[in-house]
Design a protein around this ligand. Structure first.
Ligand code: HEM
Length: 128
């Protein structure tokens, strides 16, 4: 997995990342995989945002609040097939369409992040 540049967190800050994840969870809420998630989507969005803060070069917020990410293991309770993955990924891609203007995401790092989303989501698939 290529390292993501800490310049992303520097540009967006915690605030920009939380807003991006809030919008992403709104996308998921309106998608065909909404049923995988618990009632309170925005609560899940905030836990996810803490993960992206540390992933994109900020302080280890997820570890401090929720412990070791172990993302694949944390996703085992949910049945994630290739079809769900594509829906999830495309919701993220939609959120990223105007990420520069909306959240201050630095344009030169967008492609690497999209690539991360593609690869990491493949790793999360746990049923045929
Ligand atoms: C492949 C498609 C994926 C699906 C369908 C999916 C689905 C889910 C579901 C159902 C939850 C639980 C939400 C809740 O509490 O209601 C969750 C949580 C989460 N997911 Fe995913 N996920 C996917 C991929 C990913 C990827 C690639 C990442 C990271 C890059 C990720 C990061 C997270 C995080 C950080 C949480 C919050 C964990 C927590 O509650 O502490 N997910 N996801």
């Amino acid at each position: 997995m290529p390292a993501l540049s800490p310049a992303i967190y520097e540009a967006m800050g915690e605030e920009g990342i939380f807003r991006m994840l809030s919008d992403f969870y709104h996308q998921l809420e309106a998608s065909s995989i909404r049923g995988l998630f618990a009632e309170d989507m925005q609560a899940a969005g905030k836990r996810s945002a803490a993960f992206y803060v540390q992933l994109l070069g900020g302080p280890p917020m997820y570890n401090e609040l929720y412990g070791n990410p172990m993302m694949r293991k944390r996703h085992f309770p949910f049945e994630i097939d290739e079809e769900a993955r594509v829906v999830w990924r495309d919701c993220f891609y939609t959120t990223l369409e105007n990420a520069g203007t909306n959240y201050g995401f630095p344009a030169e790092h967008l492609e690497a992040f999209r690539d991360f989303i593609e690869r990491f989501s493949q790793w999360m698939v746990n049923i045929k």
